[in-house]
Ligand binder design. Structure first.
Ligand code: Q0Z
Length: 287
């Protein structure tokens, strides 16, 4: 008898269900968003790639911090996990100056209270990674906050703990990615507290939907970088007459196939695991 899964929440590209016994089920679809809009066309296997990558990284980082993962489904897109009390902040780590980090630096010379040297350029590597938390905005976009803002939400001891763990996780994954030609420019981590009061890393980890992946061989600071996974989609969307309001345009087959190939390539390069071996047995990523 398959157990009942009650639908709890929809993300842009994932669904969340409640299971029995304090467990949750995350299901990653093949939907893709670009310019904040979910597109009309899916990328086959994208949800499996992201689920497999998260499973791989949870397994690889389990000695740094416990994680929420219980099991991966045979479909390759389902993660059963422990239900936690989620912390009310996004734990962002930036090794490079991009996105809202670059925007805030241009405006103020600082990112989340980290005052940076003058004269930095877009996409430049920072002298060391910085922890740049954000609030979880219910509607739309997260707001960057400084240490005091995060301490007000978490308390000082918990803040210090998630900052140190986030930086350690980022250093681990960015070194691994760099060794395989992928720059992990920044990443968003989510933590929760389990029934015993322990800090646990949750949600998704070091996927291209939670991080900026850049191809290292095309890296050139001084402007925006191509996205490892979504660049064909962005280039196509910029080439057609679309006002970036929903619904997004249908994608041509060559853009879909090229993008699928990039996701599968990222999976194989980062994990060292053949994607077909993952499809045959998703637990292969758990070592
Ligand atoms: C994750 C989200 C998704 C919509 C809540 N282990 C956990 N314990 C408690 N809550 C969560 C988790 Cl992962 C949790 N989200 C994000 C995911 C669809 C929203 F698939 N929200």
């Amino acid at each position: 008898m398959p157990e009942t899964a009650a639908h709890l929440a929809s993300g842009k590209v994932r669904e969340l269900y409640a299971l029995e016994d304090g467990r949750l089920r995350l299901v990653a679809s093949d939907r893709i968003s670009a310019f904040d809009v979910v597109l009309a066309t899916e990328i086959p296997d994208k949800g499996r790639v992201l689920t497999g990558l998260s499973g791989y990284w949870f397994s690889q980082t389990a000695s740094i911090v416990p994680n929420h993962l219980l099991s991966l489904g045979a479909d390759g897109r389902t993660t059963d996990c422990r239900r936690l009390e989620m912390l009310p902040i996004e734990c962002v780590v930036r090794g490079y100056l991009a996105g809202s980090g670059w925007k805030d630096y241009r405006t103020s010379g600082a990112v989340c209270g980290h005052r940076l040297a003058e004269g930095l350029i877009e996409s430049q590597q920072l002298p060391e990674p910085i922890f740049t938390p954000a609030t979880k905005a219910a509607s739309g976009h997260d707001e960057n906050i400084d240490r005091d803002g995060a301490v007000a939400l978490l308390g000082e001891a918990r803040f210090d703990e998630v900052e140190a763990l986030s930086l350690e996780l980022y250093r681990f994954a960015s070194a691994r990615a760099a060794a395989h030609g992928i720059i992990l420019a920044d990443t968003k981590l989510e933590f929760g507290i389990d029934a015993q009061g322990r800090l646990v890393v949750a949600d998704e980890i070091f996927t291209p939907d939670s991080s900026r992946f850049w191809p290292a061989d095309e890296y050139a600071a001084g402007g925006p970088q191509p996205s490892f996974d979504k660049q064909f989609v962005r280039d196509y969307l910029e080439s057609v007459d679309w006002d970036k309001r929903p619904p997004g345009p249908v994608l041509p087959a060559d853009v879909v196939e090229g993008t699928r190939g990039r996701y599968i390539e990222a999976f194989a390069r980062l994990s060292g695991i053949d994607f077909d071996a993952y499809l045959a047995d998703p637990a292969v990523v758990l070592g």
